[in-house]
Design a protein around this ligand. Structure first.
Ligand SMILES: Cc1cc2nc3c(=O)[nH]c(=O)nc-3n(C[C@H](O)[C@H](O)[C@H](O)COP(=O)(O)OP(=O)(O)OC[C@H]3O[C@@H](n4cnc5c(N)ncnc54)[C@H](O)[C@@H]3O)c2cc1C
Length: 408
């Protein structure tokens, strides 16, 4: 039995791991170490509601939750090294914290651009509450906003900046929006929607430099030689797994901490959960690293059990959402090996889903303003149910009975 479990990382995965360890009956010492100074909070609102309202992002759990369950919060404390031999982590000031079980939940960090002008003031990244506070203040005075990267976070910010009356330009390197994550029909819908809101979206456009002779951003220069006026830039070009501490300690890493089906790392005392984890997606057999609240929470639950010797494989169906302007995008499953896409609903009406198949098997469903389809898709994917493509395409056919029949 463990005497002291340390959770390294205080966000969605770390906080859920604390809850799950206690729910599973672990009653030894439990310490949560987080570099951020805040009680773990909901990250998704940072690029959504928070930027356009005065409502601060909520804590994931109230402070009393940690007190009541004897979880020692070490906030604003960065772990600098994991010492596997002596079973301890080293934190700032030469202090060490012993563990005989560790949940590695260090998450991810934004990928930063290293091009001329990268250090000018007026260039923002968005990961933490502190980033969001700074971005929100800057947006309230901004006129020309350039968003670098047409992924989820960039587009969520772009939609809000348009709403706030800014002149918004989105520069996206590839030939479609959110190209790594959604079906082409979804990219097309959001291209029209953002343009309809007034954003100037430029695809196939890389950036070469930030310009600002005075030290403050004045424009962005594209690889093609265009200059776009900007007093504020928001860069959303992906994140990198925080796996260096694990790798330096000697754990297996490969763009993420490599784990078993039960989320154990290559050291049996250590499990991992969340954005920092590389695992084999059970339904497809592909090796993946996911960046979503669902994945962080569900992996935390499984990894807590594994650490306590009650492990079972992680098989939860991935799902994700993004709010952009009035549109709600929801995704379920992972679109690997897709050879057929079926539209359910009418994109012109702004409410539809794309059912994606690998052969006869349904592997992913992306939905726009169709929460019923999304919830059903999650249940179908979890149960391994694949509606016939012709049925999926036909709105007059109710797909719910398929799920109900399987449940009986
Ligand atoms: C602006 C924004 C919007 C998002 N919107 C959505 C959304 O709509 N839907 C969705 O599903 N997902 C969304 N995500 C992604 C989601 O927030 C992440 O997948 C989730 O936060 C991952 O949780 P995590 O605990 O694995 O890692 P992280 O959230 O990355 O947290 C890791 C924590 O570990 C700490 N840490 C790292 N290294 C150390 C160290 N050495 N010592 C101490 N502490 C350390 C970090 O400070 C951080 O607090 C969004 C993310 C962002 C940034």
């Amino acid at each position: 039995m463990h005497r002291q479990i340390v959770i390294l990382g205080g966000s969605h995965a770390g906080s859920q791991a604390a809850a799950s360890l206690r729910d599973e009956g672990y009653d030894g010492k439990l310490v949560l170490v987080s570099a951020e100074p805040h009680i773990p909070y909901h990250r998704p609102p940072l690029s959504k509601a928070y930027l356009k309202s005065d409502v601060p992002p909520q804590d994931l759990r109230p402070e009393s939750f940690y007190t009541d369950r004897n979880v020692d919060l070490e906030l604003g404390v960065e772990a600098g090294r994991i010492d596997l031999k002596d079973g301890r982590i080293e934190v700032a000031g030469g202090r060490t914290i012993d563990f005989d079980g560790l949940v590695y939940a260090a998450g991810s960090s934004v990928r930063r651009l290293d091009i001329p002008g990268s250090n000018l003031s007026g260039i923002h990244y968005l990961k933490t509450l502190d980033d969001a506070v700074a971005l929100k203040a800057a947006l309230s005075n901004a006129e020309h906003v350039v968003v670098v990267g047409g992924g989820f976070i960039g587009l969520e910010v772009a939609a809000t900046a348009c709403l706030l009356g800014c002149k918004v330009t989105v520069l996206e390197l590839s030939d479609r929006l959110m190209g790594r994550a959604v079906a082409p029909e979804i990219s097309g819908h959001f291209l029209d929607a953002h343009r309809g809101r007034g954003a100037d979206i430029r695809l196939n456009t890389g950036i070469a430099a930030f310009n600002g002779p005075s030290g403050k951003l004045e424009s962005v220069e594209t690889v093609g030689g265009e200059t776009v006026a900007a007093d504020l830039a928001v860069v959303g070009v992906g994140v990198l797994a925080n796996d260096a501490l694990a790798g330096d300690a000697g754990l297996d890493i490969a763009n993420g901490v490599v784990v078993s089906a039960e989320l154990a790392t290559s050291d049996p005392r250590i499990v991992a959960a969340g954005d920092c984890v590389r695992f084999v997606h059970a339904a497809s057999g592909h090796s993946v690293r996911l960046e979503s609240v669902q994945n962080a929470n569900d992996q935390a639950r499984v990894s807590a059990k594994t650490l306590l010797g009650k492990g079972a494989p992680y098989t939860d169906t991935p799902w994700f959402w993004s709010d952009q302007g009035d549109d709600k995008l929801q995704m379920a499953g992972l679109a690997f090996d897709v050879d057929r896409r079926i539209l359910r609903g009418n994109p012109d009406e702004g409410r539809f889903s794309v059912f994606q198949y690998a052969g006869e098997k349904l592997v992913a469903v992306d939905s726009v303003n169709a929460p019923g389809d999304h919830m059903l898709a999650r249940r179908m994917l979890a149960a391994g149910i694949s509606p016939r493509p012709a049925d999926a395409a036909d709105l007059s056919i109710d797909l719910k009975p398929l799920v109900m029949a399987k449940a009986r």
